[in-house]
Design a protein around this ligand. Structure first.
Ligand code: GGG
Length: 357
């Protein structure tokens, strides 16, 4: 059971270290994992001049699962794409064809007060954003900044592109996921304006016919963002494209109290998965022991379940997270008056200790 650990940049380092602690704690009495570490993002750019060096990609191809932290910094975001730390992550997802990004959104009862939303709106929220991860405006060509021949003005271009088969495969992933949940899929698009999204809706409707036991609804992304905040409990699986999924899941994170509470799993056709917190590298709080490691720790639980079939161990990690929340441990992003505010490291230690109990 080979795990490649890619902490990346910023708080990626701190949170991934806590997830590794959880993995070690939960397998303390077993054979454990073979864990190796690699470079990605700005950290790799600094050493290899490339945010996704060949050695990292090779190691990823040879691993059973990848535990990823975060990539990119404010500085490299302004460089050409091939020099941006965050681009290393996009290339990794694309190279491994990890097209289905599962982002569970769970409102923990202990954290209801940490959300700015009303209790009666968020209580019991349990939904899954399934973000397509290898297509869309993120990868479509033509792209770039060009000089317009006629006006001499610079023009920025991105192309929203999906093939039918790309939509179909993530559609099937959504319906399969819904069958393990409450059998509802909401497909989010902008079919009234964008041709790519008109195709998206058409193909999702076709896929839906294979799953008569699952309810399929469609929403435009603008309406979906409103309903996500207004009536989040009505959603089960939300399937959408790369860019809309990126935006909607950050909004959905606020239902849980913090972006620091959203884990994710990215899967393709093989068993190999990439597991990462939904949040980015947060350079403003990096290295200050302030980051919430729970999204990363819960991502490791998804890894145990989905890549290694270790359901009992996955549940043990998730139960440990619930225990520490019930005991009042809170990082700054989810702190409330009267709670026990701790740093990244102490939160990771508390979860590891709860696993060992
Ligand atoms: N752990 C997620 C992360 O590092 N995000 C930074 C990033 O560049 N994300 C691009 C994206 O997911 O669209």
């Amino acid at each position: 059971m080979k795990i490649l650990v890619l902490p990346g940049d910023g708080i990626g380092n701190e949170v991934t270290a806590q997830a590794v602690k959880a993995l070690r704690a939960v397998t303390a009495n077993g054979p454990g994992f073979e864990m190796t570490e690699g470079l990605i993002g700005d950290a790799a750019l600094a050493v290899h001049g490339d945010p996704l060096p060949e050695a990292t990609l090779e190691a990823a191809r040879g691993a059973d699962a990848i535990l990823f932290g975060a990539a990119g910094t404010y500085e490299s975001d302004l460089l050409p794409p091939e020099k941006r730390g965050g681009h290393g992550l996009l290339r990794l997802r694309k190279s491994l064809d990890l097209y289905a990004n599962y982002r569970p959104v769970t409102a923990f009862p202990e954290l209801i007060g940490a959300s700015t939303l009303r209790r009666d709106v968020i209580e019991g929220v349990d939904l899954m954003v399934l973000r397509e991860l290898t297509g869309d405006i993120y990868f479509g060509t033509p792209r770039g900044v060009h000089r317009d021949d006629r006006t001499g003005e610079r023009v920025g271009i991105n192309t929203m592109r999906y093939t039918e088969s790309e939509i179909r495969r993530v559609g099937h992933a959504a319906f399969r996921a819904a069958r393990l949940r409450r059998r509802k899929v909401c497909s989010v698009d902008k079919a009234n304006v964008l041709e790519t999204m008109a195709l998206w809706r058409e193909v999702m409707t076709e896929v839906g016919r294979d799953y008569p036991d699952v309810e399929l609804t469609h929403l435009y992304v603008d309406a979906a963002s409103m309903h996500l905040i207004r009536r989040p409990r009505d959603f089960d699986v939300i399937v959408t494209g790369n860019i809309f999924g990126d935006i909607l899941s950050d909004a959905a994170a606020m239902l849980t109290g913090s972006l620091g509470m959203l884990p994710s799993a990215s899967l393709g056709e093989g068993g190999r998965g990439l597991y990462e917190p939904v949040h980015g590298s947060a350079p403003d709080i990096a290295g200050r022991d302030l980051a919430n490691p729970l999204a990363s720790i819960m991502s490791s639980a998804l890894m145990l379940r989905l890549s290694f079939g270790m359901e009992a161990e996955a549940a043990a990690v998730e139960t440990a997270v619930r225990h520490v929340l019930a005991e009042g441990y809170r990082t700054a992003d989810i702190a409330e008056p009267g709670s026990r505010q701790v740093g990244t490291e102490e939160m990771g230690d508390a979860v590891a200790a709860a696993i060992a109990r």
